[in-house]
Ligand binder design. Structure first.
Ligand SMILES: Cc1cc2nc3c(=O)[nH]c(=O)nc-3n(C[C@H](O)[C@H](O)[C@H](O)COP(=O)(O)OP(=O)(O)OC[C@H]3O[C@@H](n4cnc5c(N)ncnc54)[C@H](O)[C@@H]3O)c2cc1C
Length: 440
């Protein structure tokens, strides 16, 4: 689909990335207020696409969300210009087609995104085109929450206390973007054809889920959040990941309804600021001593874990849920991660990569932070000697084996596999391997 250059009008571009919504979108709002006509664009970045497997569900999710945005923008006589390529090359083309005053977008803090944005903004600036980026996906970013010595927090509780104090000193204001505003400020053109996952070389899948905000569930969250058999957590992670929901609206709701749930949203920002201040965590243990552990890294053991064939029902149920749906309940993520790292002595980076490949809500900072938490190597992590027992965890959190039966139809029959290891042996083995980090 191509919008034609319109009377040589000078325009502003809003570049959609992980902010796929029209409501309370900071960059879109600023672009609409700029006084220039606005062209919304989305780039299917081939540098990212080429690193994904062909059955990656996230592409279907993104295509579905974009189609939904297209229908809504059509009501305002406009559309998102969809482009495929490397962002720099795409902007070279856009700059040859339009008189661009500036490109507006929302901050993206991941290492790849920072590099990409630096390259694009340098190119645009050379042409005299502005590049303006705004805070949008978090309440507090970068160095906004520091300890009294001016350093980043590496422990959650004091970070969250400071975060809440800072929040109380300001109001969280959502920006209203009306249909009239969109109609008046967006470039008027019609989209021609939907982009499907298959157009990009991926399997089509019907992954579009719209955010459902259930206030009752949030109010009850602290009683039920650890029970994977219940539908008791909000399933908003994928929407926070792709920006199909506004963090400001969720935080306002969390303050009103449930502090325990607010803390979860703060964990998300805690890990984001860890990645921002300590980008080496992407490949290394936050606590360097943990990089000295001698992992067993047995391929065959790893395969059993991936396939949900360990013989430990809560682990297998979680791993099968992940493969089949792209989601896993948080409690089960903790149990499966601990099992891989501590009972099987497999490097947490292997598990992190498997989750990154399959989770629809994959978020580099949260995935890395939680894997390092499970392995003990992260900031504010589980101590090295805490080893979840997958049997007693299942008895405690899935006492009637309802969650387990949902994902393991052969559970209880002779078809279900036998436990792949003996727990007390693997526990002792783990403590020996972890001895290198004792007192570190
Ligand atoms: C090993 C492991 C890997 C994980 N990988 C990811 C990941 O890639 N992406 C991701 O979004 N979450 C990840 N989590 C955190 C958590 O499991 C999910 O955010 C949560 O299960 C999503 O379900 P929900 O939206 O129903 O969450 P709710 O329980 O309703 O929580 C609300 C929101 O708070 C945030 N949140 C909750 N728990 C955490 C947490 N421990 N750390 C950071 N943010 C949190 C999420 O944005 C979530 O949507 C991981 C946890 C573990 C133990």
């Amino acid at each position: 689909m191509e919008v034609e250059e319109q009377n040589n009008t000078e325009i502003v571009i809003h570049w959609f990335r992980r902010d796929l919504r029209l409501e309370d979108n900071t960059s879109l709002y600023k672009a609409l207020e700029s006084g220039f006509k606005v062209l919304p664009v989305f780039i299917f970045d081939t540098a990212i696409l080429s690193s994904l497997e062909k059955d990656d569900r996230r592409i279907g999710f993104i295509c579905g969300v974009i189609e939904q945005l297209q229908s809504r923008l059509a009501e305002s006589g406009s559309a998102i210009e969809l482009l495929i390529g490397k962002p720099l090359e795409v902007f070279e083309q856009l700059a040859s087609r339009f008189r661009i005053h500036a490109v507006f977008t929302n901050h993206d803090y991941e290492p790849y995104a920072l590099e990409r944005d630096a390259v694009v903004s340098e190119y645009l600036n050379k042409l005299g085109i502005g590049f303006q980026s705004f805070k949008d996906q978090v309440i507090f970013e970068k160095s906004e929450i520091l300890n009294n010595s001016g350093n980043p927090y590496t422990v959650f509780t004091p970070y969250s206390n400071k975060w809440k104090q800072a929040l109380n000193m300001q109001s969280v204001v959502s920006k209203t973007i009306s249909k009239e505003k969109l109609s008046a400020a967006l470039l008027q053109f019609k989209k021609t054809k939907a982009v499907m996952a298959s157009d990009l070389g991926f399997e089509n899948c019907n992954e579009l889920q719209l955010p459902v905000i259930d206030e009752k569930k949030i109010a009850e969250y602290h009683h039920t959040r650890d029970l994977p058999a219940l539908d008791a957590t909000t399933r908003l992670s994928v929407h926070l990941r792709f920006g199909t929901v506004s963090i400001r609206s969720l935080v306002s709701m969390a303050r009103r309804l449930n502090e325990v749930w607010l803390n979860e949203l703060i964990w998300r920002e805690f890990f984001m600021q860890i990645l921002w201040h300590f980008p080496n965590v992407q490949h290394n243990a936050f606590k360097p001593a943990y990089d000295r552990i001698n992992w067993l890294n047995q391929e065959a053991d790893f395969r059993k874990w991936c396939e949900g064939e360990t013989g430990f029902p809560i682990v297998d149920a979680g791993m099968r849920e992940l493969r089949e749906t792209g989601f896993m309940h948080n409690r089960v993520r903790m149990i499966t991660a601990s099992f891989l790292v501590k009972h099987l002595l497999i490097d947490w980076r292997w598990g992190e990569a498997w989750f990154a490949r399959h989770l629809l809500d994959f978020e580099l900072s949260s995935n890395n932070g939680n894997w390092q938490w499970a392995s003990g190597s992260g900031c504010d992590a589980a101590p090295y000697f805490r080893i979840f027992n997958p049997v007693s965890q299942a008895e405690k959190f899935d006492p009637k084996a309802e969650y387990i039966r949902r994902w393991i139809p052969e559970f209880g029959s002779s078809k279900y596999c036998k436990p792949m290891i003996e727990l007390s042996m693997s526990r002792d083995r783990c403590l020996k391997a972890y001895a290198v980090v004792r007192n570190k």
